[in-house]
Design a protein around this ligand. Structure first.
Ligand code: HEC
Length: 157
């Protein structure tokens, strides 16, 4: 048995259609954000970054990013990394002397400057910021180069 479509019925249909559109839109925008992490460029940075990490960093910070006692701070979970992304980019370029606090522990050994290119830094940064507990997405070389030009003026050297 069908009834003649009433006005309230049509209104409900309209509301449902709107909800449907909103739902689809939010799905699409979510996907376009997470696809950032599956883009070929991200994959390339990440894979290269891992190789470079094993070559330049894992001696001290270890393969799994856990650091080494009180000598080398951890990267797998690091409040320092979370709070100072730009400083970390500069630190990879310039190394670091003096004390530094990670997860409430003080470290005071020197990290050497490694003499690597902007692109290599971007790849390593993309790797360390998207593995273990981190999920920052792609750190493009354009962004990294910009940060590197301002290293001198950043608070932490
Ligand atoms: C010779 C050992 C050594 C090497 C090689 C080294 N680091 Fe470090 N790193 C250190 C030390 C020591 C500190 C702490 C510096 C201080 O106390 O001032 C540090 C600090 C850091 C920090 C900030 C603190 C934290 O744990 O969040 C990051 C990030 C970091 N290093 C990343 C890297 C990356 C990436 C590489 C490779 C490109 C690298 N390091 C290579 C010894 C090293």
């Amino acid at each position: 048995m069908t009834t003649v479509e009433s006005k309230p019925g049509r209104a409900r249909l309209l509301i449902m259609a709107c909800l449907f559109v909103v739902t689809i839109c939010s799905f699409v925008s979510c996907n376009s954000r997470s696809s950032n992490n599956t883009s070929p460029k991200f994959q390339q940075y990440y894979v290269q970054g891992e190789q470079l990490y094993l070559q330049y960093c894992s001696n001290c910070h270890q393969k799994d990013g856990s650091g080494l006692g009180l000598l080398y701070p951890p990267l797998d979970t690091s409040d320092f990394m979370q709070r100072h992304l730009e400083d970390v980019v500069c630190l990879i370029r310039n190394g670091k002397q003096g004390s530094l606090v990670v997860n409430g522990r003080e470290y005071n050994q020197a990290m050497p400057a490694l003499g690597i290119s902007d692109l290599e830094i971007a790849e390593i940064a993309t790797y360390i910021y998207n593995t273990w507990s981190h999920q920052e997405g792609l750190l493009d070389v354009k962004f990294v180069s910009e940060v590197l030009t301002s290293c001198d003026s950043l608070a932490m050297k």
